[in-house]
Ligand binder design. Structure first.
Ligand SMILES: [Zn+2]
Length: 239
C-alpha cells in the first residue's frame, strides 16, 4: 500500500501521477478503480455518512475521472452508474455526471496527489456547520490526534446551493491548501491518495464534529504546540 498514512493523504503531500503503459494495464486499472469506487460508496452509505441519493464520489484513473452519475444512490452503485470524464469534465463514457462534478475536478486539478474525492452529507458535520458563523479558516475543532493527522486544518465555506457554480468556485479556491473542507449546511468534501484514505478523513471529520456538538463546543482541543508538533512531523504548513 505504499508509504505510511502519516505521510500520505494529508496536507500538501504529493504523489506522482499514475502513468498508463499498456492497454492491458489500463484495463486492469479501470476495473480496480471502479471496484474501489463502488466499495467505498457502499461503505459511506452503510456507515450512514450519506442517505438516499445524496453525495457523490469519484476516483482518478490515469488521465480520466470516474464519477457517480447524477442522482445515483451510493448504497446501490453499479458500474452502469459511473460516468467517465476527462479533467475538463467532458463526458467520455456513460450518462450525466454528478452536478457537483466541478468541485471534484477542482480537487484533482489543485492536488496532484489526489486519486479519490468524496462528497457526503454526514449528520454531525452539518450540525456543527449550523453552529458556526461565517467562513472559517479552521472550522472543525481538533480534539484528537487521529483527526488532526488525517484531516489537518478543515476550513468552512458559507452556504451555497447544491450544484451552484459559486459552490464549486469556493471549493476551487481552497483546494490547493486543504484536502478536507466543510460546506456550511450541506456536508463535506475530501480528497485523498485513495478511497480508503479519503473515507478515513471523512470519518475523522465527522467524529470531531460529533464531539463538538456533544460538548457544546466546550471540549478541550489539542493545543497549538501539539498541533504544531504533528505538522512538523508531517512536514506540512497551512496558509
Ligand atoms: Zn451535496
Amino acid at each position: 500500500m505504499g508509504a505510511s498514512p502519516l505521510t500520505d493523504g494529508v496536507g500538501r503531500v504529493c504523489w506522482p501521477e499514475k502513468t498508463k503503459t499498456t492497454k492491458e494495464d489500463v484495463t486492469m486499472s479501470t476495473s480496480a478503480k471502479i471496484d474501489e469506487l463502488i466499495a467505498a460508496s457502499r461503505e459511506l452509505y452503510d456507515r450512514k455518512l450519506i442517505h438516499a441519493s445524496g453525495g457523490n464520489t469519484s476516483v482518478r484513473d490515469g488521465d480520466v475521472i470516474r464519477i457517480t452519475e447524477t442522482g445515483a444512490e451510493l448504497g446501490k452503485l453499479t458500474p452502469a452508474k459511473i460516468v467517465t470524464v476527462d479533467l475538463d469534465g467532458n463526458v467520455l463514457e456513460g450518462g450525466q455526471p454528478s452536478k457537483e462534478m466541478d468541485m471534484h475536478l477542482a480537487m484533482y486539478k489543485a492536488r496532484s496527489g489526489a486519486q479519490a474525492v468524496i462528497h457526503v452529507h454526514p449528520t454531525y458535520s452539518i450540525a456543527l456547520s449550523t453552529l458556526l458563523q461565517g467562513e472559517l479558516a479552521s472550522a472543525v475543532p481538533p480534539y484528537t490526534a487521529a483527526f488532526y493527522v488525517r484531516a489537518g486544518r478543515v476550513p468552512m465555506i458559507k452556504y451555497h446551493p447544491s450544484g451552484a457554480h459559486s459552490l464549486h468556485e469556493a471549493v476551487a479556491e481552497l483546494a490547493p491548501d486543504y484536502h478536507a473542507i466543510l460546506l456550511r449546511q450541506h456536508g463535506v468534501i475530501v480528497a485523498g491518495k485513495d478511497m480508503s484514505v479519503a473515507l478515513g478523513v471523512v470519518e475523522e471529520v465527522e467524529q470531531c464534529c460529533e464531539i463538538a456538538v456533544a460538548t457544546g463546543l466546550k471540549g478541550a482541543q489539542l493545543t497549538d504546540a501539539q498541533l504544531q508538533a504533528m505538522d512538523d512531523a508531517l512536514g506540512r504548513t497551512w496558509k
